[in-house]
Design a protein around this ligand. Sequence first.
Ligand code: ADP
Ligand code: MG
Length: 649
Amino acid sequence: MKPLNETASDGFQRVAPLWENDLMSANVDAPSRGSEPTDPLLRTLFETFGFRSFRPRQEEIVRAILAGEDAFAVMPTGGGKSLCYQLPALLLDGACVVVSPLISLMKDQVDAAVKNGINAATLNSTTSSAEYREIMEQLDRGRLDLLYVSPERANLDSFRETLKNAKISFFAIDEAHCVSQWGHNFRSDYLELGRLADEFPSCPIAAFTATATERVATDITSLLRLRNPHCVRASFDRPNLFYQIEFKENFDRQLLDFLKDVPNESGVVYRSTRKKVEATTEFLVANGYRAEAYHAGMSDSDRAEVQDRFARDETPIIVATIAFGMGIDKSNVRFVVHGDLPKDVESYYQETGRAGRDGEPARCLLFYNYGDVAIQRSFLDSYEDEEARRSAELRLNEMVRFAESEGCRRVNLLRYFGEDYAPSDGTGCGFCDYCAGVHKKVDATIDAQKALSAMQRTGNRFGAAHIADVLVGDATEKVARNGHDRLPTFGVGKDKSKRYWRYLIQALTVQGIAELDPTMERPIPRVTALGWEVMRNQRKVEIVDRPEGARKKERSRAVKKASSSKDALKGIERDLFEELRALRAQVAKAENVPPYVVFNDKSLVDMAILKPRDDSELLECSGVGRGKLRNYGEEFLDAIRVFLESRGI
Ligand code: ADP
Ligand code: MG
């Protein structure tokens, strides 16, 4: 392995020293005016892709490939991996062969590359023999820059013979974690790709993945037989994702509240079971939302259609199990909601990672309560292998810890991936619910004493819901049957809601003032030694405030404000953006491609802000290169002009 700068023993470049700069520059996809760059790399970046600067670590990989080295890049979803091979493919002689696992992914990538004026094609099981002949002819003549193929195709002896007779610049293996049994998407076809290194000794190979674990990384470099590769590991921070975790009390209502904050936007709602997926979908549709379900119980063709309508912005909201996600390159996913606790932090990260690939702000909202932990624990029983079960349990515990941790979400999340997130002012990321300051601490000592005493007096044998019933004085059948309506604590918490008490009990458990009885199947809180200190008035309790009523509305306004970017579109710019978004939808439909292939949200945002009047001004917008200018320039410039005139500007 041959990293450029500092190298740690694992061969990866350590991100920490570069980090602050990286993070700062991660947000600089912002529009900036200037003359055309002279450096050939930056020039192609600007002219073909329409970008002013590289994302963190892109340039380094591009340069390694151009220098003829093998390369291996671990970069988060949305980090911009495609550009790392597309740019050198343009600059090098011959075609770059890209191996990619899914036909839908290849098709979108090729469509997008062609719109940028790149000569790209794909060979897969749906290619007709006429198309095949034409592509091969282009390859022979050295006209192709990019050739996307499935791993099955790359493994065909006959196909590789063809490649040997053509001029191949290098191989790019996308989603390279598919080669590893330890990854989440093992494909045996990927294993066979190892022979490319032997059969094409003078062709560099570049492998890309978003999977963070060290084990998968080691598998990739060894199984693909990369030769002394240049390794790069980008920060896993996704600066444009706003992380938020809420106590789940009434998911349906909480979801509706949230959706009001993101009108017309596209997003995914993850649920843990098919039944919940169906129920939430029905609920949303009944409430006037365009939502569709997606889970493994549906036929392949139904699923493909749902996915397609989502990509095309025809169905803005998908309610799905974890079966949904792989193979979605849609860049304008503006939110990911988890209605239930994910099984581990890695899954949470991958699933939330599908939001905001275009770099524009996007929201990630997780709803969580104890019931979820119990459900996830019950899934653990399905493991036959004890070691696997144990490992899943440890990962679940980490997930619970993350969900319950206080403080900056980004710090907590990145710590899981071994990154030490250190913002320059030492406060926090500034872009999560904690940093937005919506979680205020309040003294809850008296309430804690009430709750602990109710637990103690009911014998530490009942769940939080029952304790809450006792506290608010609800003489349910179960309360009466157990004689709990005669306890001195019955009704002492009338001034608060049942939900408040359930929330408080969870908070006490997180702080170790209560604990869940490990011998019980269901979550049963009991008083701990710390809890006794509280009851004896030797210890104070603070919890994160959980406002109700008017104060709750105030808080949700604060979240909304904090989660939209500081330069969020307002007024006329917002209107222009909507206008352009409608035009994009229309153009995409006519061309039969997903809207984000025409322009991503970032490009439209730039257009709304910069309001370009001519070609050179349009080129200043992110994602607008010469290809897109030629294809769409006139239409979009016209639309902008007409809009401005209609507003008398
Ligand atoms: P990945 O494969 O790593 O998930 P993609 O290659 O799909 O990410 O890129 C995600 C988005 O980032 C795309 O919309 C792409 O156009 C954009 N992008 C890539 N590189 C840059 C850059 N240097 N500046 C601005 N946007 C970029
Ligand atoms: Mg990709």
